[in-house]
Design a protein around this ligand. Structure first.
Ligand SMILES: Cc1cc2nc3c(=O)[nH]c(=O)nc-3n(C[C@H](O)[C@H](O)[C@H](O)COP(=O)(O)OP(=O)(O)OC[C@H]3O[C@@H](n4cnc5c(N)ncnc54)[C@H](O)[C@@H]3O)c2cc1C
Length: 637
């Protein structure tokens, strides 16, 4: 245990912990802290947040700008590895049995403390898709979800800082505050005050491609096209803005409220569940509290228990929320039995429907060298000195550069054969690419998702390719709407060991659905064609470099390249406790209540039925805000 960990052992804290709170929230991450902040703002409602990570005030979490050590050295109060879980995905059958780490934040603030700070939102269709996937139950889900219901919470969840006049004139940045923003929460959303000149050349080149939109504002539901997007960065200090600073230690925030308790460095190992009846007299499980264990120190002889008089809210993220439900006896019967867990509620959707965006690299070099660029900082000592001076003076200049522009393009812009890909999806037998003997409700849910995905891939309102550009010549091509579905299941050797330290089996099942190969081919073909177009040749003169040179996107060799190099995750894990009817494999109802239970909700990225075509943190904040209102029974912002 790091000596400086600001965490109490349960014995030290036992005196401070109450026996009972109104609400117990599992996970002090992006959504969890947002919910806790809202529930306690009345000064009366008592809330305990249990967080496995440490309360870590290292400035290394917030520092951005020049490499550490050169100015304002980063201070690591704790080893940086303590801010991540140590999980290795299971060997990926579709990726030559490769494995790698699974990125998930493990610290107060959750993944918002370690993420890349791209702070965009999906398109309206990305959120309507969750409702569409509810099939015959759409009307129920449309009451609370879909873009129109979420937009007020997106607005509420951040303080937006529009680009100033210079940034508008010099870089062409645009925004529409009224359409997309208006909140004043201490979670900040802003643009970098410096962009490299080659960025503009690429932006201009996109203008020569047919069918591309350039929305003035993307965060109002129009996140398709080439557009500017902000970062979760506080522009007054140019430091990371994240859930710990915005929903815990902020002035007047939860850390100053006596009705709020945060217990870091403790893991909830099980939910306390009792048999009960719901309002219709049906037998259900009722959540009455949690069992928790310290992360460090001597192991107590038994787990400490805390009761929740109103509700338990699970916000442990898309990797650990399903794990906790499963450990507690809620999940697919076979998975629970294999791990020796008593099945209290057979709910096959728990841990199913695992999704993330996938990515692979494509590298080029520019034949025309446009100065300055990030290399100039290394090559030109005078320029480097000026850059450091600007950063020291007012946090501007090249060291303030951060990605703010991207192409988020629909399939019909990427390939003229988009409709044949859509037909391939519609022609699929929904069970064909799923694990054998999957519960029929999960197959039915997948069938529903396939029709939603066909609709999105056929539409100009949903992006399929994400390509961020800053002026640099290396790119990652991201598939925003994969069809492959994976699992997060309890490890059979998870014997419920006292600390709960056995991590779940994380299987992306990347490329298990062949349509994902087709889409990846389309991403590469489009991008190569774009770079070979007149506008790019005249301004930057690209030539391809690296392992893909000479590899035809239509060839088997390209498939081999994908299997050898594709990354199955860009750290946007989603979908493992999906919003949706039980008949379609859903785990939570429109109120985020777990089917078959009382006083138990899940609220984090695991509830996203389909991963939206965007980075996921802004949605985690918005759904945290939404969940808090559902819990409080508030029907509009
Ligand atoms: C490396 C990385 C880069 C990313 N880059 C971006 C980006 O640039 N832009 C973007 O928008 N999104 C990005 N994301 C994704 C985004 O940050 C997440 O989708 C979002 O923060 C998840 O929010 P959440 O509330 O669902 O979960 P989290 O914020 O991860 O919170 C879950 C919390 O629960 C705790 N927990 C888990 N199990 C237990 C338990 N049993 N008991 C107690 N506590 C528990 C965890 O420690 C964690 O703190 C990135 C994520 C990572 C990891």
């Amino acid at each position: 245990r790091p000596g400086h960990a600001q965490s109490a052992t349960i014995l030290k804290r036992q005196a401070e912990l109450r026996e009972e709170y109104d609400y117990v929230i599992v996970g002090g991450g992006t959504a969890g802290l947002t919910i806790a902040d809202r529930l306690t703002e009345d000064g009366e409602t008592t809330v305990l947040v249990v967080e496995y990570g440490y309360l870590d005030n290292s400035n290394a979490i917030t520092a951005i700008g020049p490499p550490s050590g050169e100015t304002n050295p980063e201070v690591h109060e704790m080893p940086s590895a303590t801010r991540y879980y140590n999980i290795t995905m299971v060997p990926q059958a579709g990726l030559n049995n490769r494995t790698r780490g699974v990125a998930a934040g493990c610290v107060v603030g959750g993944s918002s403390a370690v993420n890349g700070m791209i702070f965009d939102r999906g398109s309206a269709e990305d959120y309507d898709a969750w409702v569409w996937a509810a099939g015959d139950w759409q009307d129920d889900y449309a009451q609370e979800w879909g873009w129109d219901n979420l937009l007020p919470y997106f607005k509420k969840s951040v303080t937006f800082h529009p680009p100033d006049e210079r940034m508008q004139e010099e870089y062409g940045m645009t925004s529409d505050v009224e359409a997309a923003y208006g909140g004043d929460t201490p979670i900040h959303s802003s643009y970098a005050p410096f962009q490299w000149p080659a960025q503009k050349l690429m932006w201009d080149a996109f203008k020569s491609v047919d069918g591309i939109d350039f929305p003035v504002e993307a965060a109002d539901g129009h996140a398709v096209g080439v557009f500017w997007f902000p970062n979760s960065i506080d522009p007054s200090t140019r430091t990371r803005s994240y859930a710990q600073l915005g929903h815990y230690s902020n002035e007047g925030g939860p850390s100053e409220r006596t009705n709020f308790h945060l217990l870091p460095a403790h893991r909830v190992t099980q939910l306390l569940l009792e048999p009960a009846e719901d309002d219709d007299g049906e037998e259900v499980l009722e959540a009455v509290g949690v069992k928790l264990m310290p992360r460090d120190g001597d192991l107590p002889s038994s787990a400490h228990q805390v009761r929740a008089s109103k509700e338990v809210i699970v916000s442990a993220g898309a990797i650990h929320s399903p794990q906790l439900l499963q450990r507690s006896g809620i999940g697919p019967r076979d998975v629970l039995e294999a791990a020796g867990v008593d099945v209290k509620l057979h709910l096959p959707g728990v841990g199913w429907n695992f999704q993330d965006h996938t990515t692979y690299s494509a590298s080029f070099s520019w034949g025309i060298n446009v100065e300055p660029n990030s290399g100039t900082l290394q090559r030109d000592r005078e320029y480097a000195a000026l850059a450091m001076e600007l950063w020291r003076a007012n946090k501007t200049g090249p060291h303030a550069a951060y990605p703010n522009s991207g192409a988020f393009l629909p399939l019909n812009v990427l390939t003229p054969s988009f409709s044949s890909i859509v037909s391939d999806i519609l022609a699929q037998d929904p069970a064909e690419y799923l694990p054998a003997d999957l519960d029929p409700t999960l197959v039915a849910g997948h069938a529903s998702q396939l029709s939603v995905l066909a609709r999105q891939l056929n539409s100009s309102g949903s992006a399929v390719l994400e390509l961020l550009f800053t002026g640099a010549s290396s790119f990652t091509l991201i598939n925003l709407h994969p069809l492959s579905r994976g699992t997060v299941h309890l490890a059979p050797d998870d014997d419920g060991d006292a600390r709960g330290s056995v991590e779940p089996l994380v299987d992306y099942r990347a490329l298990s659905n062949p349509v994902d190969l087709e889409v990846n081919r389309a991403l590469l073909s489009f991008f190569r064609e774009f770079l070979a177009g007149e506008a790019m040749v005249e301004s930057l003169d690209p030539s391809e470099v690296g392992a893909l040179v000479g590899v035809d996107a239509a060839s088997d060799e390209f498939v081999e390249y994908l299997r050898a190099t594709l990354t199955p995750s860009v750290a946007h894990p989603s979908g493992t406790c999906a919003l949706g009817p039980r008949e379609l494999g859903g785990v939570v109802d429109p109120q985020l209540k777990v089917h078959g239970t009382r006083r138990l909700r899940v609220a984090d990225c695991s509830i996203m039925t389909l991963v939206p075509g965007t980075h996921t943190s802004s949605t985690a904040y918005a759904l945290g805000e939404k969940a808090a209102d559902l819990i409080r029974g508030i029907s509009s912002v």
